[in-house]
Every structure is written in C-alpha cells, then in structure tokens.
Design a protein around this ligand. Structure first.
Ligand code: PMP
Length: 428
C-alpha cells in the first residue's frame, strides 16, 4: 500500500517536491516529538523545525477548529483576532518595531521584507550571504545562494543580488573564533562596487545564526559592523528569524540578540503556526508606511481569523509549557552528549549551534575537513531503521540537521544520542 501510494504521489505530484527518503515510511499520526507510520511504528522526529509545540497538540487543534466553526475570512474584514495577534507580535519584538504584516510562509515574509527595503530606500541592490536559504518565491529565491538547495544558485543570481562570503567559522575561508574582521574585509569591496553602480543599497538579509551549515553562530561583532555599513548607505537590515527565532535557540528568543543588534525588519514563519501556514514581517512604522505609496497590501489568507488564533494559541502554549526553557535545558544536555562523540569518533568533527538548533558535522579528516557526505547519508538511513527521522544539511550535505520540536524530552534526546553512538560504533 505504501509503495503504491508512493507511485501515485510520484506520478501526479511535481517531481521537484521530493520526499526526505528514497523509501519513506508512510506516516499517519503524530504525537509530541514522535510520528507513527501506518503500521504503528514510532519515529522520533529530530528534524521538524515547524511543529515547535510537537505534533497533534489537542489544545491547538481545538482552538483552530473552534475558530473555523465560528468564522474564517480574509484580512480585509475587521475582526478581533487580527488586532490582538499583531499587538502580541509587536510586543515580542524590540522597541520601535511595532508594525506587523501577516502572510502565510517564510518565503512570502522574506519577499515582502525585500520589497519593503527597496520601497523604503528607493534603491535596488540587496546584500546577502553565500550558502543561505531564504525561500522559494521570486525575491526570496534570488537571495538564496545555497547550492544544496539549488545547484544553479550561484550562476543564476539577478544583477541586484550581491552575495558575500558566509561566515562559517568552522570550514569557511577564515576559520576560527575571532574572524569577523576577515569576513567583513570581503564585504567592503562588494559595497564599493554597489556604491559605484549608482543604484544604491536597499538592504541586507541574513539568518542571525548561520543556519544552512547547522547553526554556526556568526563571529562576534559581525552583524554590528555589517549593519553599520548597510545603514550608512541608507539600506535596511533584515533578520530572517524563520528558523532561528521564536525560542528555538533556548538561550534567546530572537537569534539577533546573540549579536547585540536590532534589525530594521524581522521575518518569521514556521514554528509560529506550529504547522498552520503563518508568516509575518515586523518592522518600524515608517518602513511599513513606505509600501502605502504603492497601494494597499493584501494577502487573502495571511492573517485570517484562524491563522491569528493559531498563532496566539501557539504563544500561549509556548509560555505555559515553558518551551523556550525546555529548548535551553534539553538543548544544552543534547549538545554536551553530541560533543562527547567528538572524543570517541574521528568522523564527528564538530557540534554547532545552541538550544534545539544543533548541527553535528561529519568529516573524513579533521585537518582538511573533507566533508563526509556519503557517510552522512548512510548514517541518516541507519538512524531511520532505528526509529529516528534525521536529515543532512549544508552545502556539502555532511551536517546532521538537529531541529526537533521544542517539547523534546530529555529521554528522547538521550535516545537520539544513544542511537547515534550505536551507529557510529557500527562502522564509522
Ligand atoms: N528562511 C529560512 C531561514 C528558512 O529555513 C525557510 C524554510 N526552510 C524559509 C525562509 C522559507 O520558509 P517557507 O518554507 O515557509 O516559505
């Protein structure tokens, strides 16, 4: 039945919409950090960065269903939930960022952020980082440079996109902890080229923690310096918090807090709806206003009553179940357990990240850092056999993408670490 359904999927669903696995389990139910297939087999979901509360949360389901029965409509109507939810999002953002746009996804949020930066600055050029992913829609895709997501990414950039060397302090051009200056030195010539072109700099977009490579923190001072350069040219600084924000880092609610900066525009999605389509842009009032010149902004389902109720219920449950705190304590515990693997298994090169945003990087050689790409794929396949859903990430596909629901228990974290150790003992 599973195979037949897979054939039907592959016949009628566009081929580019790939499964995680060549032979994926057919899942039919989820509960907290676990998924269950049609035969009732449980899988620990260690990669899902959307369902932050966990799967199948009854209270969220009840809130969404009650709102559906009462009212769902588009955001041009006047109803309580849209006012209440925008107010709550503005309260979560740093002072001064109190104008909210509600959309349906991270791609839309980043597209809109870029449009806002261009409208507000009157300029066209965008600075972004290499090895980044910001979405699939036109502008968000244009600033997505990760060749793991799109092998043509580096040859098909529009002329308004300028991608700087990504500050990967583990395997980048300038390894080491005090390298902000080296990375920034590569950005300066790009800024000079933009200055010389005469079309101005609209803004800069990046994830506040370098996500694609497994959650590597940006070098200290990096965002401060780059934000200053961008702002000196009239550009706006966009923090893509779609993955890193909203408590996943445990120690911080927003990723940019770690760098001691305040962006001009914040984009969020994924976890804020726990799987219900929801995204948002939070910015300063005068920046939001720049779009009014172009006419009304409208998204049919962005900010619908159901979306807003879903978003507010997610925030309520996060607070009551102390999920950011859980991401911190369970994340710290898991990171320590993964770090211990480095001493015992030469293939385990480094563990990146914090909270429940971790990356375990596999290398063939700790000096050359040759990526262990095939080995990482084999480790993920073996983990699936042991009941764990895990995927590689990064341009070399050699980093375990550890982004489980924020309700992950200590027992589940230990199960993951135990199984990983078992797999590494088997052959790597
Ligand atoms: N930004 C980042 C950092 C992301 O990880 C993603 C999704 N992987 C997006 C934007 C796009 O979000 P969506 O898939 O909801 O469009």
């Amino acid at each position: 039945e599973t195979t037949e359904l897979l054939v039907r999927r592959r016949t009628h669903l566009a081929g580019a919409q790939k499964n995680y696995y060549a032979a994926p389990p057919q899942i039919e139910r989820g509960w907290r950090e676990h998924l269950f297939d049609v035969e009732g087999r449980a899988y620990l979901d260690m990669v899902n960065n959307v369902t932050i509360l966990g799967h199948g949360h009854p209270r969220l389901a009840a809130a969404i269903s009650a709102q559906w029965l009462r009212l769902n409509t588009n955001s041009r109507f006047h109803y309580a939930a849209i006012a209440e939810f925008s107010e709550r999002l503005a309260a979560l953002a740093p002072d001064g960022l109190d104008a909210v746009f509600l959309v349906n996804s991270g791609s839309e949020a980043n597209d809109l952020a870029i449009r806002l930066a261009q409208a507000h600055s009157g300029a066209r050029n965008m600075l972004c980082l290499l090895e980044a992913y910001h979405g699939w829609s036109a502008a968000s895709e244009a600033v997505s440079t990760s060749i793991a997501d799109n092998p043509l990414a580096l040859t098909t950039r529009p002329d308004w996109v300028h991608a700087a060397v990504s500050p990967n302090t583990y395997r980048g051009a300038f390894r080491g902890p005090d390298t902000a200056a080296s990375y920034l030195a590569t950005v300066k010539p790009m800024l000079e080229t933009i200055d010389a072109g005469g079309q101005g700099l609209a803004g800069f977009i990046c994830e506040s923690v370098y996500g694609n490579a497994g959650g590597i923190p940006l070098p200290e001072g990096y965002l401060k310096e780059i934000y200053a350069e961008v702002r000196a040219r009239g550009g706006l600084c966009i923090a893509d918090e779609v993955q890193v924000g909203y408590g996943r880092l445990g120690h911080y609610f927003w990723g940019f807090e770690q760098q001691g900066v305040v962006p001009d525009i914040i984009t969020i999605a994924k976890g804020m709806g726990n799987g219900h389509p929801l995204g948002a842009v939070i910015t300063r009032r005068e920046i939001a206003r720049s779009l009014e010149k172009e006419g009304p902004f409208f998204s049919s389902t962005g900010g619908s009553p159901v979306s807003c109720v879903a978003g507010m219920t997610v925030l309520d449950i996060m607070a009551e179940e102390k999920l950011q705190e859980n991401a911190r304590t369970v994340g710290d515990h898991l990171k320590a357990r993964l770090a211990a693997l480095i001493d015992r298994h030469p293939i385990a090169g480094a563990v990146h990240g914090m909270g429940l945003y971790l990356g375990l990087e596999f290398v063939r050689d700790r000096t050359t850092l040759e990526p262990a790409t095939e080995e990482t794929a084999a480790i993920c396949d073996r983990l699936l056999e042991l009941g764990i859903i895990m995927q590689p990430t990064g341009d070399h596909q050699n980093v375990l993408k550890i982004k489980p629901p924020l309700c992950l228990s200590i027992e589940s974290a230990d199960f993951f670490a135990d199984m990983l150790e078992k797999v590494l003992q088997e052959g790597w």
